[in-house]
Design a protein around this ligand. Structure first.
Ligand SMILES: [Fe+2]
Length: 325
């Protein structure tokens, strides 16, 4: 990494994210790169305070925003294989020996202090890029991952762009080129955008194409949208914070993939996004016409149009199933 900018900004005198701005501008959204952050020094991300945050979501009945899973140890494991644990209580305290994985989603909606950290990070992205980004963001959130020693997050892709910031413990993140279509074929992206979390398949013989990033407290790595990745925890309990966000152009590309997936189902051979501006516009508008223009969450931003398009088909299918019982 190049020489860091020592910029002074308005929160606590420090930026949340720090990087060489030339490197940041060259790589943001295109390829993975490491940078520095100051969240590891923030008491909001201590294990005790995060345990309270997880409890708060549970007490508010928002059980979809905090999950505890049995940890995996295989890179090629399917997300559908990962068993959910039923109890949140005590899971965080037992992390050192329980082989668990805890995810606290949208923590910024729980408390204004977390929201301020998220907004500061987004301002830092704009400062480093030298251009406005926030108007293009359709949904942003901060997610916390707590993991037992040696747990593996299996190979997968995400729609959102992400800055994964290490708070405590160490982990290795392997990131791959999101534009490598041998590694990540268009059909796998289409499956992912139809809602299949296992859409991207791990190919052991292409493992060497990944770039390994060692995350230690204070170090972050940028994941471009759709960059395949998998993660292996070190020998200690790991705390990581993900600043992740959807952007208008990423949502639009997702909608093109969704139309392509539907076209392929009726025997057509659609062109992938990026080949035709007009074709992409027509496809994306077909989805956006029926989707929500004011997304309240990730699901809205990416899937609301597809869900509404598929609703009559699903209803008809249910009616047929019932009438043939
Ligand atoms: Fe991920």
């Amino acid at each position: 990494m190049g020489v860091l900018n020592s910029r002074q900004v308005d929160i606590n005198g420090h930026a949340a994210l720090r990087a060489d701005s030339a490197e940041f501008q060259c790589n943001f959204g295109r390829r993975a790169f490491s940078l520095e952050h100051d969240l590891a020094e923030n008491s909001l991300f201590s294990l005790e305070v995060l345990e309270d945050a997880a409890d708060s979501w549970a007490k508010l009945g928002k059980l979809n925003l905090v999950s505890v899973s049995m940890g995996q140890t295989r890179t090629d494991a399917r997300f559908s294989e990962i068993a959910e644990k039923s109890s949140i209580s005590g899971a965080i305290r037992d992390l050192s020996h329980s082989g668990s994985y805890v995810k606290i989603s949208n923590i910024n909606a729980l408390n204004a202090n977390y929201e301020e950290v998220l907004q500061q990070a987004l301002r830092d992205v704009e400062d480093l890029l030298g251009q406005r980004v926030v108007p293009r963001i359709t949904w942003a959130q901060m997610t916390v991952f707590l993991a037992s020693p040696n747990i593996v997050t299996p190979y997968h892709i995400d729609h959102e762009a992400n800055f994964l910031c290490q708070i405590a413990g160490e982990k290795d993140v392997w990131l791959y080129d999101p534009n490598d279509r041998e590694l990540l074929p268009d059909r796998e992206i289409e499956r992912f955008y139809l809602g299949d979390l296992n859409g991207a398949l791990y190919r052991e013989h292409l493992r060497g194409r990944g770039r390994q990033f060692r995350l230690t407290p204070g170090v972050a790595v940028h994941h471009p949208s759709l960059a395949p990745h998998w993660v292996k925890n070190g020998a200690n309990v790991s705390i990581s914070v993900s600043i992740n966000f959807c952007m208008r152009e990423l949502d639009r590309r997702a909608h093109v993939y969704q139309v392509n997936a539907l076209m392929r189902r009726i025997g057509l051979r659609p062109s992938p996004p990026g080949r035709s501006v007009t074709g992409d516009t027509v496809k994306a508008r077909a989805i956006e016409f029926v989707g929500t223009s004011r997304p309240k969450n990730y699901r809205d931003a990416v899937f609301s149009g597809l869900d509404r398009l598929r609703a009559p088909y699903r209803l008809a299918k249910r009616v047929v199933m019932r009438s043939t019982r």
